[in-house]
Design a protein around this ligand. Structure first.
Ligand code: FES
Length: 109
């Protein structure tokens, strides 16, 4: 398992990005702290193959409860990744399994 962050830092910053390596392919994931729990998703919009945050590590919409893709404004539920509005409504972000040991957060897959 690979360590991708710490709970203390995630609680403070609300979101953290981390690299994902699959063979020679590299992509990116992100952790969010939402309603007292951590969640992890692949950082890829379900409309086009672009990151949600445009590199500024800011994933939440203004209301603070939905995740937002900054390219065309798709809105995703923070706890499920389900897209509730925008050009990819009905699609779902790829959720990543995580495990916690103490303060450390690990990618489980
Ligand atoms: S690329 Fe995300 S909404 Fe279009």
């Amino acid at each position: 398992m690979k360590k991708i962050g710490s709970l203390s830092e995630l609680k403070q910053r609300k979101s953290l990005k981390f690299p994902i390596k699959q063979g020679k392919w590299e992509s990116e994931g992100f952790l969010i702290w939402f309603e007292g729990k951590p969640y992890a998703y692949k950082n890829e919009c379900q409309h086009l193959h672009v990151t949600l945050d445009m590199d500024d590590n800011d994933f939440f919409a203004i209301d603070g409860t939905l995740l937002c893709c900054k390219t065309h404004g798709a809105l995703y539920q923070a706890d499920t990744g389900y897209c509730v509005g925008g050009p990819c409504a009905g699609e779902t972000l790829k959720k990543l399994k995580i495990e916690m040991k103490g303060d450390a957060i690990y990618l489980a897959e």
